[in-house]
Design a protein around this ligand. Structure first.
Ligand code: GLV
Length: 314
């Protein structure tokens, strides 16, 4: 019997699906990720691994596997996997792009609108009993989104989905990416993007070139009236530099779905700032999308073990 390891709490019906397909399944069943030792021990004689972004799949784990054919991740991001090393050992990698593009782009727009229009601040104001004045023209003034400049860094699937949504808000869209793309937006260099954008959205993956890409220098180049939106990976942003920029008025605000450390701690000074909207890494978190991610990642796993074509392979 071929054996697969699932190193995060996957929906029960997909565990059953794997068993119905004839696999022996060793599945982790807690929201707290397993230890490295647990993965190493169980991966030893496994044919496939289904992991998520909370499992760091490094050389040590890959070396512990004696007959692993595939690592399938329940995510579009793959910065938690030593991809090159796995590939050098002929281990295939599956991931889940496309199925989460729209959900993630929607969340990015939700964050953008929320921070621009002070939605969360308003909510907190009411709940804390501080809404103690009648309507006035100057109360809770935010920033107009319609007609503004959206600067997208990275132009993959999510970048393109953002362009479509931005058109509905009559935004001018500029972007910067490694290469110029066929897309209804204007390619500009990074400095121009930072100088001209009212909203800067990060739509890049985390890799050595994007690690702490948003640093003090980057933030200083943005407009003082601009907002930063990040639903990519927390480590793309130097949170210390961002906190200082938000405190000193270097930029107007930020909306973050991802953090350098997750879950982020209550000691994170970003949490104290009114001009920041925070969500707990929920970019792809809709019922429909998570079901599709489960389906794709399970099918990738099975195809990888059987030496067949995967739905999405890196
Ligand atoms: C989520 O962050 C993902 O990479 O799918």
């Amino acid at each position: 019997m071929q054996k697969v390891v699932v190193s995060f709490r996957l929906f029960k019906e997909w565990i059953e699906f794997l068993k119905d397909n004839g696999f022996e399944v060793i599945a982790w069943d807690s929201s707290v990720p397993p230890s490295k030792e647990w993965i190493k021990e169980n991966i030893k004689d496994a044919d496939g691994l289904l992991c998520s972004l909370v499992n760091r799949i490094d050389r040590e784990i890959i070396d512990a596997a004696e007959r692993l054919k595939v690592i399938s991740t329940f995510s579009v991001g793959f910065d938690h996997i030593d991809v090159n090393y796995a590939k050098s050992k002929k281990i295939r990698i599956g991931y889940t792009p496309e199925v989460l593009t729209d959900a993630t782009a929607d969340l990015i727009f939700a964050l953008l609108l929320a921070v621009a229009r002070r939605v969360v601040e308003g909510d907190k104001l009411i709940r804390s009993g501080r809404w103690n004045q009648p309507w006035t023209p100057d109360f809770m003034i935010g920033t107009e989104v319609n007609g503004k400049v959206l600067g997208i860094i990275g132009m993959g699937r999510i970048g393109r989905a953002l362009v479509k949504r931005a058109k509905g808000f009559n935004m001018r869209v500029i972007y910067n990416s490694r290469t110029k793309k066929e897309v209804e937006a204007e390619f500009v260099d990074l400095d121009t993007l930072l100088r001209e954008s009212d909203f800067v959205v990060l739509a890049v993956d985390l890799n050595p070139t994007t690690y702490h890409m948003v640093n003090r220098d980057f933030l200083n180049k943005m407009k003082r009236s601009a907002f930063l939106i990040n639903a990519s990976r927390g480590k793309v942003v130097d949170e210390k530099a961002l906190t200082e920029a938000l405190q000193s008025g270097t930029i107007r605000g930020a909306a973050l779905d991802v953090f350098e450390e997750e879950p982020t701690s209550l000691d994170n000074p970003l949490i104290k700032l009114e001009n920041v909207v925070l969500t707990p890494h929920i970019g792809s978190a809709t019922f429909e999308t998570r079901q599709k991610m489960a389906e794709v990642s399970v099918k990738n796993l099975i195809a990888g073990v059987r030496g067949e074509k995967m739905v999405f392979e890196l």
